[in-house]
Structures are given as C-alpha cells and as structure tokens.
Design a protein around this ligand. Structure first.
Ligand SMILES: [Zn+2]
Length: 485
C-alpha cells in the first residue's frame, strides 16, 4: 500500500499500478517477443489499442496514414494531456532475455535491444491508471494517448504534429527506458533529415556495350565524393552518414537504378535543413554528370528534442515519491555479470533516483518526438527497466528486457507517469508553469515542420525484413493476455 500522506488521487494511481504489476509485465514481455521492426508493429499496436479500448478509451487506428499508429482518447475539455511513446525493435537484435552472453531467440531475427517494449507497457498502464483516477475523483480534462511507429527510423511524430494531432494539446509526456529513474530538461537530441536518393539511368551489357548505359551507381558514387568534399565545410557539430540500399544486381549489367540513404544532422532544425539542401544540390550535380535523373524521397525529418523545465520539475517530484525499485541480490548479481560481459563500468543497478540536473548537454542522436517538443511543452519520464551502462542496439541492451528488472522498472515508470498526469489534471498551476517556462525556452524560434507538406509515411519500410521472421518468432509469443483489475 502507498504512503497515507499522499493525496488520495496519487495513492489511487500508485495502488492501481502495484495491483496490476502482472499486467504491466505481460505487456512489456509480449511486445519483447513480438520484436517488430519500425512500421511493421502490427501485433504490438493491436495489443496496445485493444487494451486501451477495453479500458474505455476511444481508439482511432491508422492515424496520419500509419497502419500501426493510433490515438486513444478519454475525457473531454481542457486540460488536454498527451502521452506518446514507441514500440519498435531493431534488425539482428534478437536476444534471449536473462542470458549474459549473446544468444539469439530466433537466428538473425529482429528484436528489442533497447527497451521500447517497456516504453509501451509504461504508457498503456500509466494511461489506464490515470483514466481510472479521473473517473474516481471527477478530474476534468482529456487524455490523448499516441502510439508512435518507427522511432528507430525517426518516422511518425512529425507527421502527427504536421497533421494537427497536437493542435489542442496543452502538455505532452514521453516515457523512455534507461538505467535509472530520471528526468531532464533542455535540448537533448539533434535535428535530422533522412532521405532516399534514387538515381535512374539505363542499363547495358557491362562488357559488350558499356557506352550505351547511363550508370545510376556512378551517380551514387559521385554523390558520395561530393558529400566527402562538402564535409570539410560543414559546421563541426553537423553530421552526414549513409548506406547504399541498392547498388545494382550483378557486375555484367550496368545498374539502371541505384539508391543511397543519407541522414543529415545538426543541433537545430535550420542546420539539418541546410545540410539536406546541400546534399540535394550534390545529388543533382551527380545526376547531371552521369546523365541520370534523381528522385528524392524524405524518410524522416525531425526537430531536436527539447524537454521542458516545468514538466521536469513535476515529473521529478513523482520520481522522488516512487523511488527506485527494491532490487534483489540476484538482480544485482545479474546486472554486474551483464556489465562485465558488455565491458562497461560494473556498478550493478541504480539504488537512488537521479537528482534533477539541467539544462542537460545536447547529444548527437535524434528522436522523432522532437517535433512534439517544439509544438507544446514536453516532459520525459526515464525509468530503470534496463541495466545501467549497457549499450543500446547491442545484445547486452536486450538481456534484461523481459526479466524482473524490466518488470519492476516499468512499474516504477508507470507510477511516475500516472502520478504526473493526475498532478497536472488537479493543479492548473503546474500547466501554467510548463507553458511559461516553454515560452522562455523556445524564445523567438517558430516551429515549422521539416517534413514536406505532401510527404506520405513509408508504410512498406522494413516489411521485407520482418515478414520472413514472423512465423519462426510466433512460437515464442507470450500466451497469456494482460488483464487490468
Ligand atoms: Zn529509444
């Protein structure tokens, strides 16, 4: 039972999550074993939307053209609080939970090696707890719960913001797994634009008549050389990196089509846009030199993530109430063994919450929730479902994700999230403070989407990679359904 000094709404949501710890664990484990790649999160989205619908939310599936995206709404009028998170896995990241060495569940299969499975569990459980408290205590307002596909490729949330899903939102909360209980404020991630550059020419026999061809792969190579020269003149914190998605089929056929996928990053949206614009010029130059044509298809375009001070303070007060889970000796021993195996600092699991430090230092990765964070004040709940220091997207990042460490961390995260929502619903001063600090934080920057106005979501992304693994992975699915009581 919770502390009797707590406000009754707070005790109510904390007790609700504690009572439903089995359901929280089962959501996280189910999505862990689904192990679905970005844009192909069919089973994961179905589980989440079914649970939210059963709990009384009105669910809109397929929003903004995303088959695995959704918005689940409860309540009416203000304040409008949005919750949003991701649930995608990564290729080649299949990792047996509880193993302290690299071990596939399904050979070469996709899987969770960061913990977006737990992000989903925390959001769904936190939303259902907050909704029950709204009914129990007559709290007025609206919850909008967003499922955000394809975070690993930075896809969905800019479309949601562009299409108006956040127009009526007052504040937004994102939850993300980590190695401890924490929140931050300030600029945390970089802006990014990523795009496919597809060159189209004409094929010919490479040996008998190469002069007849217009070589699309030559254009990819020349674009690479142009970008390499341009790198010297980029600002120090700008980045450009690429993979060749299609470089032709066989050496004796000169490629008529070739595709290179570039990602351009900078600390701010204008910088990412500037690198992209230069990349487009270089691509056009490469096309001109090779008598080919270039098609540019934007995959993702995100603003840097900025978390809000007022919301960070509200989240931190809940983090301190919830505290760090009570880890057992076995859990600590597992964490140390995993840290040793991953060759990172060996210090076990965190036993204290992290104080609110801020503003934090901006780092080079990106997250597609950046656009939300410039549209409305956004806070982030960091919860301890993974082992501190283990690298994400590496087998060690997946080893704890369906263990009791993940389960207890998700319970702590869901309590923090639900506790923050009921605070925001019952204390208008908190939302006023979020808005005031937000206005100072964004200054005179005007948000406008980096994503083109007519851009459609890449709904086929990862389909060919995911489909062959569905059957072999199915035998590992969790059989039982999460039930909230
Ligand atoms: Zn993530």
């Amino acid at each position: 039972m919770s502390d009797t000094n707590l406000a009754p709404e707070k005790s109510f949501v904390f007790d609700f999550i504690d009572r439903n710890e089995k359901a929280v664990a089962t959501i996280g484990d189910s999505i862990f074993y689904f192990g679905e790649l970005g844009m192909q999160e069919v089973e994961s989205a179905r589980l989440m939307t079914d649970l939210l619908e059963e709990a009384g939310f009105a669910v809109e599936r397929g929003i903004s053209g995303f088959p695995t995206g959704f918005c689940a709404t409860f309540g009416s009028g203000g304040p409008v609080i949005a919750l949003h998170t991701e649930y995608d896995a990564n290729p080649n990241n299949s990792q047996a939970s509880g193993a302290t060495e690299q071990k596939n569940i399904t050979a070469y299969g996709p899987g969770h090696c960061e913990g977006h499975n737990c992000n989903a569990a925390v959001m769904v459980a936190g939303a259902i707890a907050a909704k029950r408290a709204m009914q129990e205590f007559g709290l007025k307002g609206t919850l909008k719960v967003f499922g955000a596909p394809g975070e690993e490729q930075l896809i969905s949330r800019p479309y949601y913001v562009r299409d108006g899903w956040f127009d009526d939102v007052d504040v937004a909360l994102h939850d993300h797994i980590g190695g401890d209980m924490h929140t931050v404020y300030g600029l945390t991630h970089a802006a990014a634009v990523s795009a496919y550059f597809t060159f189209r020419g004409e094929s010919a026999h490479a040996s008998t008549a190469p002069w007849r061809a217009r070589d699309a792969l030559d254009a990819v190579v020349l674009m690479d050389m142009g970008m390499a020269q341009f790198r010297e003149h980029m600002e120090p914190d700008m980045r450009a990196h690429r993979v060749i998605k299609d470089g032709g089929d066989q050496p004796n056929v000169i490629p008529a089509n070739a595709t290179v996928w570039w990602t351009f990053r900078a600390p701010m949206a204008d910088g990412a846009r500037a690198v992209f614009e230069q990349g487009k010029k270089i691509a056009q130059g490469a096309a001109m030199m090779t008598n080919t044509e270039v098609e540019i298809d934007v995959m993702s375009a995100v603003w840097p993530v900025r978390t809000n001070q007022g919301l960070a303070e509200a989240i931190q007060s809940n983090i301190e109430l919830v505290g760090v889970p009570d880890w057992t000796d076995d859990e600590q021993a597992f964490a140390r063994k995993l840290q040793e195996a991953a060759e990172v600092k060996v210090e076990g699991l965190a036993t204290e919450v992290r104080p609110l430090l801020g503003p934090t230092a901006q780092r080079a990765p990106s997250n597609d929730c950046g656009d939300v964070s410039w549209k409305v004040p956004m806070g982030r709940v960091g919860f301890p479902s993974n082992v501190p220091n283990v690298p994400f997207h590496h087998w060690a990042g997946g080893a704890a994700l369906a263990t009791t460490i993940a389960h207890k961390g998700s319970v702590a995260g869901a309590k923090t999230l639900a506790g923050t929502v009921v605070d925001l619903l019952s204390n208008p001063a908190l939302i006023a403070r979020a808005k005031k600090t937000f206005a100072a934080e964004i200054g005179d920057v005007v948000y406008k989407p980096l994503i083109p106005a007519d851009q459609k979501p890449p709904v086929n992304l990862n389909r060919e990679k995911m489909d062959p693994f569905r059957e072999p992975m199915r035998e590992h699915y969790v059989k039982e359904k999460p039930v909230f009581v």
